[in-house]
Design a protein. Structure first.
Length: 150
């Protein structure tokens, strides 16, 4: 299953699939946002591959020190956030939550943040037998994003 990639510019305005990701951005950290668990993956443009990282198990503001630690550890050039939609493309509560998380990342860490339509990634991760579905979903999100780059 391939999700649609929708990228968000640094300013936070939603752009279409045609928005370019500068070639200078090569290392990415991706998040599959959830209220209690946030999946994490790291990947790079050269290999177009992503590797799952340990899921962040924290809620609310308790999540931020863990996110900051991952960013400090991996030193990404940009961040990628999976944004869920209903199958018909309509938004729902978690769409808004993930978009808010993306805005907060942008504001807190001053890194470019790209949003990816993550419909079905958790289902795909579960069907693949992943032990950590959240980290596997973040990996799928990031690999889809990386494959969309020129």
């Amino acid at each position: 299953m391939t999700a649609n990639v929708a990228k968000t510019a640094v300013s936070g305005t939603r752009a279409g699939i045609g928005t370019e990701v500068p070639a200078s951005l090569s290392t990415f950290l991706a998040f599959d946002f959830g209220l209690k668990r946030t999946g994490v993956a790291v990947g790079n443009r050269l290999t177009r591959a992503a590797t799952p990282q340990t899921t962040i198990r924290a809620e609310g503001d308790a999540r931020w020190p863990h996110v900051a630690g991952r960013i400090a550890e991996w030193q990404p050039d940009a961040l990628v956030v999976g944004v869920p939609f209903h199958p018909d493309g309509a938004s729902h509560e978690n769409t808004t939550r993930a978009q808010r998380f993306a805005r907060q990342l942008r504001g807190r860490f001053r890194l470019p943040v790209f949003e990816v339509d993550e419909r079905y990634t958790t289902t795909e991760a579960l069907e693949s037998g992943a032990r950590d579905a959240d980290a596997a979903a973040a990996t799928i999100i990031l690999e889809q994003f990386l494959r969309s780059l020129p």
